[in-house]
Write a protein that binds this ligand. Sequence first.
Ligand SMILES: *[C@@H]1O[C@H](CO)[C@@H](O)[C@H](O)[C@H]1NC(C)=O
Ligand SMILES: *[C@@H]1O[C@H](CO)[C@@H](O)[C@H](O)[C@H]1NC(C)=O
Length: 417
Amino acid sequence: MALHNKNPNFLPLFFATLFVFASAEVFFEERFEDGWESRWVKSDWKKDENMAGEWNYTAGKWNGDANDKGIQTSEDYRFYAISAEFPPVNNKGKTLVFQFSVKHEQKLDCGGGYMKLLSGDIDQKKFGGETPYSIMFGPDICGYSTKKVHAILTYNGTNHLIKKEVPCETDQLTHVYTFILHPDATYSILIDNVEKQTGSLYSDWDLLPPKKIKDPEAKKPEDWDDKEYIPDPEDKKPEGYDDIPKEIPDPDAKKPEDWDDEEDGEWTPSTIPNPEYKGPWKPKKIKNSNYKGKWNAPMIDNPDFKDDPDLYVFPNLKYVGIELWQVKSGTMFDNILVADDVEYAKKLAEETWGKNKDAEKAAFEEAEKKREEEESKDDPVDSDVEEDDDSDATDGTESDSDVKSDAESEEDAHDEL
Ligand SMILES: *[C@@H]1O[C@H](CO)[C@@H](O)[C@H](O)[C@H]1NC(C)=O
Ligand SMILES: *[C@@H]1O[C@H](CO)[C@@H](O)[C@H](O)[C@H]1NC(C)=O
């Protein structure tokens, strides 16, 4: 009530502005510290088929802070479904921010790293691939062709994919994915606090029928000339043009010596295409001076279009969930946020991913080095080459590349097994 004060004084307006800024709200935040299990419900989905995978509560094999844990898929060829409830959220008139970090330690070649926001009442014990959701967002990788950020919005019971291509990160390090939806129906997608895509719900998804359509009643006027070029009426067929034969006797053909006119009939040389022959005569083409351009039906207002000022509104968001199929496990989620404040989300990303990313990268490189050393130790051929390397320093570069190609073909062989 106080906000509707009609006092023409500027002071209340000033305080009202302050109030709006201070009202930044966090609807859900999960950093996976102690006690996280009381907030999350593991679904029984796929359990009776023994296809439900276990989550590992861990900081991962490489990290920037061994005490900063998240949840990681830990079994190959399994389904994963887990969700957490929060007090119902209606984003009408508010910005909605959905953010989390994900790391694929397993060098993912096919699998998702996305999360969902769900509305209404769901049975969390039964949460699975068929459970309706409101927003699905995050990276999806499969082979060489799919390496994208999904941003699926459910409107009027139908899932709509974003029409713009947004590439995702493909390395084995932590990245932060942020989806921002504004009350003016614009959105942004950020990776590691950098904007990767932005636009409007109207243009980048087909949530509503198109605003304008081609007039289905319109017809091309009969006198509309859409031929850009026409035959030149002045051009004439050269005399004797049609007398040029298509084929001529091969001048190099020779009558075989054992040819017997009486037995074999009269010898005729084989024919070859005549280089003089230019095909049937056609007059040359000239620009049509009556050309009016390509005819397009005029655009009219689509009678099926009805604007929805609440296009961006999800009136009853209540759960955040992860629902995945993993061929190779190792995908790790952390620092999940649902809020109405872009700045808060940015700060959270900086304080978590931002603070740890350099140390995590160093730890990853260390782990890679160790792994490569282990691999070459296991391989007697490679270690032989390496010993040769040490004793013959002058030939170092060449031997190095030998070692590398050996290791690579070894890796290929493993892959094929
Ligand atoms: C959980 O993750 C840690 C760190 O990567 C690993 O050492 C451990 O084996 C994992 N546990 C399971 C059950 O996968
Ligand atoms: C919602 O879906 C129903 C059934 O598919 C359809 O008839 C209706 O036109 C849709 N409304 C909007 C606003 O898209």
